[in-house]
Design a protein around this ligand. Sequence first.
Ligand code: NDP
Length: 677
Amino acid sequence: MSTQLESYVAGSWFRGTDGGEPVLDAVTGDEVTRVSSHGLDFAALVAHARQVGGPAIQALTFHERATLLKQLALHLGGRKDDFYAVSLRTGATRRDSQVDIDGGIGTLFSYASKGKRELPDDTVHLDGALEPLGKGGAFVGQHLYTSRPGVAVQINAFNFPVWGMLEKLAPAFLAGLPSIVKPGSQTAYLTEAVVRQIIASGILPAGSLQLVCGSAGTLLDELGEQDAVAFTGSAHTAAILREHPAVLHRGVRLGVEADSLNCSILGPDVTVEDPELDLFVKGVVTEMTVKAGQKCTAIRRVIVPEPIVDAVVDAISARLGRITVGDPADQSVRMGALASLGQRDEVRKAIEALRTSADIVYGDPARVDVVGADAERGAFLSPVLLRARPGAAEPHEVEPFGPVATVLTYGSVHEAVELAARGKGSLVASLITHDPQVAREVARGLAPWHGRLLILDRDDAAESTGHGSPLPMLVHGGPGRAGGGEELGGIRAVLHHMQRTAVQGSPDMLTAITGRWTTGSRRVLDGVHPFRKSLAELRIGDTIETASRTVTLDDIDHFAEFTGDTFYAHTDPEAAAANPFFGGIVAHGYLVVSLAAGLFVDPDPGPVLANFGVDRLRFLTPVKAGDTIWVSLTVKQLTPRSSADYGEVRWDATVTNQDDEQVATYDVLTLVAKDRR
Ligand code: NDP
């Protein structure tokens, strides 16, 4: 580790010019390195992101960006052991480091995969369906997302130096935004180690990732209307950022993850014999001790039915008694140190505040037995469990950012929800119940106050990812006190970084703008069946208009008998006549779709390899015996796959009857070879 951390600015490593502040090892108290951003050119930092990083990322499609994220995940995954070694100095055990390091890399993988599966191979993403705006179909509207010519500034807390960076970087990168990462100074050396690997790999385009080690200085002064700040940390700092002129007057978008007094509620149905009691106790102890409780999602309030509280306190205390505290490098240690001596002081102060209305029932904030380290030089603290006295206020107000939780009791389910809500908005709550009625009542009461809910019982416990783990595919963030921000949640987080615009115009204009065929726009009939064209030859709008076919009663009878679908509307004239929609025998919808395929398919071997699905199928007008139908099939979207010699073609299929009424509309999904075969 270098004697002073460096920032990565405009393609070079920069060392603060004032010698920096010391950063101490959480376990030994020795100096690890020094940190400073003094003298850093914040204007150059932001200009480089805007002028070099943004254009380079935005020249890539979503799929190309996703491919790079996957390469990055593989690259970092191969260097995990180096990161684990550095992580020990933050006080993290192996399990803690997995949450941070593997969790961060897993988030990259997840965004790589979602980017490929849920976003187009394009730089524009459509939002929702086409909106017809005029009677004749000549004027339509479409919402679409585009990348902003801005910068994503990511200010992270000290507790997740790797995950905190990667969970913000991945969606911003997919969205086309360059990132400027500012880690919490206390553990910035681990972030710096990972950034060095990312830069050295050369995987991300120049300017897509820059790093500020040390104070954020005048960074926010450089930001404007196309930029965003994603902040994780204390409510105090969040308040400073909210009042910054860039946010107040220049339209900088600020997302905040701040304090959160998360709770876990034991359902009133659970008895001491039920497996749910053990699940509840394990959950509380895990959340108190993983990362020594320094997790924004950790359980701070343990909400229990009054009659069972003594048993719960005993069970949690017994389990806490098995937690060995000490040097995280020691295999027998279950809980390491807090990130710094300063953090330990803060947590001790918070415990004192909690004691105003709660009594300690387990642990001693002043002393702890420590394995393999010095209890005073390292930032060690015993897990501390408190039990609130009736009417206690502090447990709903004070966030002890360490291995500390307070037990509260409730009488009715309604009261349990009210207690949870006194946290004024949290990231996550758990409810441990095996009673669906309790789950329904409590979950509906908790949901408006939380970003995520875990309902845990014997049925989902074995597969549960636990209370404290934010998942890339689920939203992370909570209302009110938790900051009101929202991160992750799969592609939602990507779209938060992009601009949604409603575009109005003719279908042809929207086809040109979106790169996807828009209903009502020109169809190209060049006499060549599009099934004879390779992916390279197909163009948006290429169309086959088929011959027509008259549907007979024999066709309907045959289909009913052949498939076994003898639903009365296809087989019983009297009953079908009484049906308010049909008024007589009608063809099966699937018969219409099958006949349509018979009309549009070009049967000989060729570039079309497979039909892998149908989307958005709607039957609009019933088909009766004697009706004549025909199909138009138009290329709507082309998506080459980078790792295969074929790609996906989405076709617009419209089945029309002799009266020019639409009978069925749907998208046909096929795989087509890139080259003609
Ligand atoms: P801080 O709010 O002090 O710091 C968070 C980040 O903000 C750090 O990178 C910090 O940099 C930076 N920062 C501090 N002041 C400014 C400023 N004026 N302008 C721009 N950036 C600034 O939180 P900590 O990380 O120290 O954690 C302290 C508390 O935050 C915890 O005790 C806990 O209550 C809460 N927390 C909440 C989390 C959540 O997600 N809910 C997660 C982690 C912490 P530097 O480190 O250089 O000061």
